[in-house]
Design a protein around this ligand. Structure first.
Ligand code: BV8
Length: 251
């Protein structure tokens, strides 16, 4: 932990990459866990694709409605607040997340890049015409739910997330890649490092001289790129890291 704090103390620019594990302690299942209950029968890559949505819009729309309900009921855990505190302790901090739950923004982190979009934004599947979130029906039960139709082209409305096989948002991706190549320290929190191209970021940072610090209770694909591994849950590790950083400042 002290080594991680030292690396952060010496960094002018810090990049924090987060994955589903960052939201676990707030009661949001990780991608692999998101297959609990009703959705256990489906492979996530089967649900999170345009083809799956066109095949069965109600099933996919219902799955996202269920995830939105979980997210709206969730409270950001101390790890989220620690990242807000960290923003004040280093000259520049940017969060690049694979999560679509919006928790970083909800807790007040200022610079957040959402690589895979957001559950709370919508557009139509054919032309991606924006669709107002407050006009989206929220089914009460965990069930299939017919998506609304686009008033302009009539095609079904989908969540503005990046599905498998889809390109990531260009501007956000370019900014994330630039930051990875220009940061002095990178925190990698709660990601298995299995999904491309997001999984490349720690390697870009490492190859351009940054210190890579992994926070995860289990070893991952990213562990090989990490100089320092803080093996434990984000909700405990991140506050401890901020404490070590502030402690170091005062001694
Ligand atoms: C694309 C939004 C290009 C939707 C998501 C190269 C090689 C192989 C495959 C590919 C490749 N290039 C592209 C692919 C295909 C694919 C891919 O990577 N597939 C993988 C599965 C093999 N990539 C794509 O399709 C991407 N698009 O490449 O387009 C293209 C397009 C057109 C033409 C040419 C090229 C798009 C990828 C984005 C997909 N959308 N999400 C939604 O959410 O529904 S991905 C989704 O799953 C999440 O956003 C996230 O990215 C991923 C889940 O991964 P993690 O976040 O890491 O979570 P996971 O559950 O795996 O692990 C949790 C971790 O947390 C664990 O390590 C665990 O130990 C840890 N943990 C648990 N508790 C805690 C904890 N850590 C800390 N604290 C705790 N308490």
């Amino acid at each position: 932990m002290r080594a991680a704090a030292r690396a952060l103390r010496g960094a002018r620019r810090v990049l924090v990459a987060t994955g589903a594990g960052m939201s676990r302690e707030s009661g949001i299942p990780t991608f692999r866990d998101a297959l609990t209950g009703l959705w256990a029968r489906y492979d996530p890559e089967e649900l999170a694709t345009e083809a799956a949505f066109r095949r069965n819009p109600a099933r996919v729309f219902g799955w996202y409605a269920w995830r939105r309900r979980l997210v709206r009921a969730a409270e950001p855990h101390p790890g989220y607040h620690a990242l807000v505190a960290l923003e004040r302790l280093v000259p520049e901090l940017v969060i690049v997340t694979q999560n679509v739950d919006g928790l970083h923004r909800r807790v007040g982190s200022r610079r957040v890049l959402e690589l895979h979009g957001s559950l709370e934004r919508f557009s139509c599947v054919d032309a991606r015409h924006p669709f107002p979130a407050d006009a989206v029906p929220e089914p009460a039960a965990d069930a299939a739910c017919e998506p609304p139709r686009c008033p302009r082209c009539g095609s079904a409305v989908r969540p503005d997330v990046v599905w498998f096989g889809e390109m990531l948002p260009e501007r956000v991706t370019a900014e994330a890649w630039d930051l990875a190549a220009a940061c002095q320290a990178m925190l990698v929190v709660g990601t298995s490092g299995l999904v491309q191209p997001a999984a490349q970021l720690p390697y870009i940072a490492r190859d351009t001289g940054a210190t890579v610090i992994e926070v995860n209770p289990d070893p991952t694909e990213v562990s090989a790129a990490a100089h320092i591994v803080c093996s434990g849950p984000a909700g405990a590790m991140l506050p401890a890291l901020v404490a070590a950083l502030t402690e170091g400042e005062s001694t």
